[in-house]
Design a binder for this molecule. Sequence first.
Ligand code: HEC
Length: 273
Amino acid sequence: MTATAFSTTALALLALAGSASAQIGSSYCSANSNSTGGPSVISATGSTDVALNDVTLACSSLPLNAFGYFVTSQTQAFIPGPGGSSGNLCISGNIGRYAGNIVSSGSTGSVSLSIDVTALPSPTGNYAALPGDTVNFQFWHRDAAGGSVTSNFSPGLELTFDSAGPTFSQDIYPMLTQPNINAPECVICHGSFGGLNMGQDAASAYASLVNAASTSFNCQGSIYVIPGDFQNSLLYDKLANPTPSCGSQMPFGGTFAGDVTVIRDWITAGAVF
Ligand code: HEC
């Protein structure tokens, strides 16, 4: 019974950790049903900002224990049944294969792959995605249809890369208001009292953090966020360091459900709203 309770907690933690990452990209091109009876689903999480190099591809609703790999190209297409496959190829041109990253859909019928956006495969070697590039991905996998071995494809996924950097309104504010399993979200304790008031809306939370000094008894005078300087920003210090320069690590008595690396990148990139 204890073991079950532990694993349930671990799963909940994983689910929460996953939810901190945003869905990116959009699906295009239709997939044929695979041997599960329906088409698979492709998605991506992380950031389209090339500087963050944070993209994880995922494919679900796959047949169980099927091997396959992601393929990629900057050119979209619609090629039904390439080479006798049961699926549709949604890319053409310079097709690169993640052939060194063959993955199995295992007992869940799903796969994921964290990719390096500075080394996307192509027939002429790896290349780095640049801001403005639209890169397409698809998952190819083995399957069995009516007893004979075939293959199939997921729909296509289109990602347009940028260099916007994380923004407070889209990336940071949701983290500060996000509940987690061990502690309430920041705004439960920093929502209405004292100088740090993040509880109204994104604009007022931004105003109380960026270039604003703490007035609390033990951190008085420290600036929460100094654009371009994460090391001297109290917000980063209180989240990243087990023993911050003043008081305790935040969230008080719990674990941060957001991503401290994104907070660091946001401050480094100028802490824009
Ligand atoms: C359970 C209540 C609680 C939660 C949740 C909480 N804090 Fe705090 N926070 C405190 C207390 C109490 C202090 C004052 C003592 C200290 O500095 O350690 C504080 C102090 C701080 C300070 C520095 C002092 C100030 O107020 O100017 C910062 C910055 C901070 N918290 C950020 C956060 C962030 C960001 C989160 C969410 C990830 C968070 N806190 C979640 C209770 C909480």
